[in-house]
Design a protein around this ligand. Structure first.
Ligand code: B16
Ligand code: MG
Length: 213
């Protein structure tokens, strides 16, 4: 069995729950365009890029915009979202995350981020976790979103490990698919009923230990 030398973490839904802030900002955009959508619909936006999210939302509202208008609305949404992110504190780190990352660091296991977000560094700064990460691969570095394995393959390379030496932690189905497509072990964070392709699923990092890697 290959020894695990690195853990790659998704951000939203794994380290912290920024989905609530994305929802507020996207909902404001929808409302200003004259429609609304539900928290249930918001689930479909988890793990996908900003522009892909916008396309889905405009589809729900039956709104057609030019490419320039889409960019302008995406920029506005990001400004509203960042105003919420700027208020985040370390209290919002999900349960057990800090303790688990500390154990990884103490055991010499590399830590990398693999997120679709273009705001990941800012979020990690706000929650005071930036220094835990040996590498950050996010929406600013990738050309292909999850379920493409690019983000995790780049993460593995950045910490000098092969895919077989990496474990990915993900809350989204597309993220688990990306990890498996990259030849990595995938641990789901959330519900086993949803994350069926994961090697195993934890409800929270309070259940996680280095031995389980
Ligand atoms: P931004 P993850 C994803 O984060 C979010 O789940 C998704 O809802 C968001 O659209 C995407 O980041 C892009 O975020 O607008 O900040 O670039 O789960 O990949 O960490
Ligand atoms: Mg996520």
């Amino acid at each position: 069995m290959t020894q695990i030398k690195a853990c790659l973490f998704d951000l939203d839904g794994v380290i912290v729950d920024t989905a609530v802030y994305h929802f507020q900002a996207w909902r404001r955009l929808a409302n200003e365009l004259g429609f609304d959508f539900t928290e249930h619909q918001n689930e479909q936006l988890k793990g996908i890029s900003r522009m892909e999210s916008l396309e889905l939302i405009l589809g729900w509202g039956g709104v057609q915009l030019s490419e320039a208008e889409k960019l302008a609305w995406a920029t506005k949404k990001n400004e509203w979202y960042l105003a919420l992110v700027m208020q985040m504190t370390p209290n919002e780190i999900l349960p057990g995350v800090q303790a688990f990352l500390t154990t990884l660091r103490d055991n010499g296991i590399k830590i990398a981020l693999g997120s679709a977000s273009k705001n990941s560094k800012l979020i990690l700064e706000r929650i005071e976790m930036l220094s835990f990460f040996d590498a950050i691969i996010d929406g600013n570095n990738i050309t292909k979103g999850k379920p493409d394995p690019q983000v995790f393959l780049m993460g593995a390379e950045a910490v000098g490990c092969t895919p077989a030496e990496c474990v990915v932690f993900e809350d989204a189905v597309a993220g688990i698919q990306a990890a498996k497509a990259g030849g990595m072990k995938a641990i789901g964070v959330g519900s086993a009923d949803v994350l069926t392709q994961a090697d195993f699923v934890i409800a929270s990092f309070e259940e996680m230990s280095v031995e389980k890697l």
